[in-house]
Design a protein around this ligand. Structure first.
Ligand code: URA
Length: 193
């Protein structure tokens, strides 16, 4: 079957990955989090969204993007013609940084194996990096989201579109138009493949 990799389905692989890491204590966030937020969505998704890390609502719910930024992300996904459960949504770090500060480098590196495996298992056609944290993570360097949003780049063999984080759009509503321009490029690229 198309969704089988080495005898295991993608669902099996994601489930095993969750089982391996759900009680992770590899960095200090393991001691302050309420819930480990693995990510969710269609293991066969052609589109994957990557955010920064869980906020307060996500830390309580154990699910990504369920707060105000998540509601906006849902609307973006729906405007693109998808249901939320047809895409895959994950974060760079799986545990909430205290006071929603940006994840520290050691926290990001502790979480890297999980995100890399999620990308490999889902194997999306396009990844949308929501904001500077996933953008810099996938670029492997400190780069400006302001300067580079809207321009595809490659992480390994994956096409990645960097755009603004929905929380940024909530603070700067005029940026919504830019994000929609970026998502139209994603849709055009998805149609080609
Ligand atoms: N912001 C993120 O980057 N991720 C979430 O899951 C929620 C808010």
């Amino acid at each position: 079957k198309a969704d089988q990799v080495g005898g295991e389905t993608k669902v099996d692989r994601l489930r095993n990955l969750y089982q391996t890491f759900h009680a992770c204590q590899a960095c200090a966030l393991g001691t302050t989090r309420n819930r480990f937020v693995f990510g969710e969505g269609d293991p066969e998704a052609s589109l994957m969204f990557i955010g920064e890390g869980p906020g307060r609502d996500e830390d309580m719910a154990g699910r990504p993007f369920v707060g105000a930024a998540g509601q906006l992300l849902n609307r973006i996904i729906e405007a693109m013609g998808f249901r939320r459960d047809q895409v895959f949504i994950a974060n760079v770090v799986k545990c909430r940084p205290p006071q929603n500060r940006k994840p520290l480098p050691d926290e990001t590196s502790a979480c890297t194996p999980i995100l890399v495996k999620q990308i490999e298992f889902v194997n999306p056609k396009i990844i949308v990096a929501l904001g500077a944290t996933p953008f810099c993570f996938l670029k492997g360097q400190n780069v400006s989201i302001m300067r580079h949003r809207g321009q595809f780049f490659k992480w390994r063999d994956y096409r990645v579109m960097p755009t603004f984080h929905p929380a940024y759009i909530l603070r700067n509503p005029v940026s919504k138009r830019d994000v929609w321009d970026d998502m139209k490029k994603v849709l055009a690229e998805l149609k080609k493949s």
